[in-house]
Design a protein around this ligand. Structure first.
Ligand code: ATP
Ligand code: MG
Length: 417
């Protein structure tokens, strides 16, 4: 039987002492029932947001009105169990007023939320049966005193390994199309299948994703790709007709089968998925996912690394570092996952690591002299200067021991004469 963390009990008891209720709800219930330690505990409360604040503060808890409009107050709950403890560690617990959500005219957000204070309402607004359960904790009892509030058969679906929409699936996906992506994310995360009616509704409602922001779609996709079943996730997105809303320019079918051989790193798996896709299409896909410049740069570098030789020599290790920067070792993993010569690439990985440890020079910024030194020698700014710097870099990539200011200046002077 799952347990509720002891430090949370005084908070739940506080609500009960005023004739109100506080129920752990959603992901923490699902994970506990599966025997997975929840990474956070969300609590549904029967009080209005202002009362939640007043009640918690009166007991000594600190609160932050994180989403007061939607009913959410973050309460700092000390691990010691003492609400007034200011010294020790604590958890941030989101306490949200039980609510229903009105109509969704935009297919993204409810037009209004109403605080009803009824847990049944709160459970019925949730997306999937396995996410729509709460714990009814008896604050007076110690130990195993949890009842599960399960109005939609969530426990059965957990046991059967099924993702099923709460209520009519077409309505729920039309209300909020992000749930289409969430269905795949939870199926993949939990290793579940999607129940037949929910599945066919996803196919019918797929075009709702066009109304969802690129950022939110991207966030769900990134979670799917770094999950422990990335192939199943991408395949599911494809079969359900969601993939065109995620990768606007398509994927490479040959990149699909190798994803789970790689560590759960987004840039690496994305480069693998897009292996062989033309650079222009890849750029459009990355742009469509609204990734940060840094991640985008990593994916592009990794995707292009297929042309680099796998020869395990110190020079080639420096070349990889030069081309790939910080993702050089990940580039090797990508080639290994594609089934290339294991021994050679393992040797190359050792050499890359050694080169990183020795901090061998591999880019212009690593050169012992800079552009100004060359200008002092009479090089003209622009093309001539750039060509000289690149010449020096080529030299130190071959002979890192020559990366000494006097040596480089002598070499540059020779070119100038
Ligand atoms: P995870 O461990 O991945 O965070 P989670 O269940 O906590 O899983 P969240 O996305 O954090 O997932 O959402 C918390 C809960 O809020 C869900 O369990 C679900 O009950 C509800 N929820 C979140 N987003 C939606 C949505 N778009 N529609 C309906 N219910 C939602
Ligand atoms: Mg969560």
């Amino acid at each position: 039987m799952p347990a509720c963390p002891p430090y949370l009990r005084p908070l739940l008891a506080l609500f009960a002492s005023r004739g109100e209720r506080a129920y752990p709800v959603g992901g923490c219930v699902r994970d506990s029932l599966m025997g997975i330690p929840p990474h956070d505990w969300d609590v549904a409360v029967t009080t209005l947001p202002e009362t939640t604040v007043a009640l918690c503060e009166s007991a000594g808890y600190r609160t932050i009105p994180t989403g007061i409009k939607h009913g959410t107050i973050t309460v700092l709950v000390p691990h010691s169990g003492d609400p007034a403890d200011r010294e020790g560690s604590y958890d941030l617990i989101e306490c949200t007023t039980c609510r229903t959500e009105g109509s969704y005219t935009d297919g993204r957000h409810p037009d209004a939320v109403s605080f009803t204070g009824r847990i049944a309402d709160d459970l019925s607004r949730r997306d999937f049966t396995v996410n729509a359960m709460a714990f009814d904790v008896d604050p007076a009892a110690e130990g195993n005193d949890l009842a599960v509030l399960d109005l939609f058969g969530g426990q059965n679906d957990l046991r059967d390994g099924v993702i099923r929409a709460v209520g009519d699936p077409d309505t729920r996906f039309t209300e909020d199309a992000l749930r289409l992506m969430r269905a795949v994310r939870f199926a993949v995360k939990l290793g579940f299948s999607i129940e037949e009616n929910t599945r066919s509704a996803i196919v019918r409602c797929a075009d709702g994703l066009a109304r969802i922001s690129r950022e939110r779609i991207s966030e769900e996709f990134q979670r799917i790709l770094v999950s422990s079943h990335p192939e199943a996730g991408v395949k599911m997105l494809d079969e359900l007709g969601l993939l065109p809303y995620v990768l606007l320019d398509g994927i490479s079918p040959c990149g699909m089968g190798r994803l789970s051989a790689l560590p759960a790193d987004f840039a690496l798996r994305m480069a693998c998925l897009q292996w062989g896709v033309e650079e222009e299409a890849l750029r459009r896909n990355l742009q469509g996912l609204r990734l940060s410049n840094a991640v985008r740069k990593d994916v592009l570098a990794l995707a292009e690394s297929h042309s680099l030789s796998g020869e395990p020599t110190p020079q080639n290790a420096r070349r990889w570092r030069h081309e790939l920067g910080e993702v050089a070792l990940r580039g090797v993993l990508l080639r290994l996952a594609r089934g290339e010569d294991g021994e050679g690439f393992c040797g190359l990985a050792d050499l890359i690591r050694a080169s990183e440890e020795k901090r061998e020079p591999v880019c212009l910024a690593d050169l012992a002299i800079g552009g100004n030194d060359l200008l002092d020698l009479g090089f003209k700014p622009g093309k001539e200067l750039r060509k000289a710097l690149e010449g020096l870099l080529a030299l130190v990539l071959e002979h890192p021991e020559k990366n000494i200011s006097a040596e480089l200046i002598a070499r540059a002077k020779m070119w100038k004469e």
